[in-house]
Design a protein around this ligand. Sequence first.
Ligand code: ZN
Length: 205
Amino acid sequence: MPTLTPSLNMNAESTRQRLTGLFVQSEVLKCHSYLMDALLKSEDPALSAYSYDSIQNLYPDPSSWPYTDCLSYIDERWDRPDLEPMPGDSCPDCSSHQLATNAQGGIICPSSSCGFTSSDEDTNEESNHEALMGCIRELGEPQEIYEWWLVTSWLASKLDEQGEPLLTDDESHWWGRTCTGQAICLDYNIQALARLRYPEDWPTK
Ligand SMILES: [Zn+2]
């Protein structure tokens, strides 16, 4: 009868889940969904630290997002705001050519009969970036939180870097998990952190 050696028979995915499970055991302390829901609903002024206004990262903050990230975030949700022309766009004057750049970095229509010109690419991109970030700040919806978990301060700082919702008082950190119905060790963002914890054992394939 063959002997099963679990460590040899585990495929890469189950190894990742096992390591993430170990990680979760040490960093995710308790489910506090009922407690947090009650605190967030409370109108007691003594509990004002536990309000929706105190949740970090509840709304998207595009301040550090690259231009292309802002663009794709908007394209997935809304119509783009009015933007300055960029190379590759259809010419706003003749609509029959794609804009290009000239030797000085200015944006031009390649058609000699059209003559459309605009400021240089960097200037337009900067102004578009501002417009896109403004649009995201204005229209961004709050993240939907399904579960609250008491987590270590180390994990809270990592989740903050990932833009996950967090609520912190003088001594505790709660993570507002935006998915539900699956084990935490299957969450992609948590697996990414577990990989940092166990770089040697993490299956690369
Ligand atoms: Zn043109």
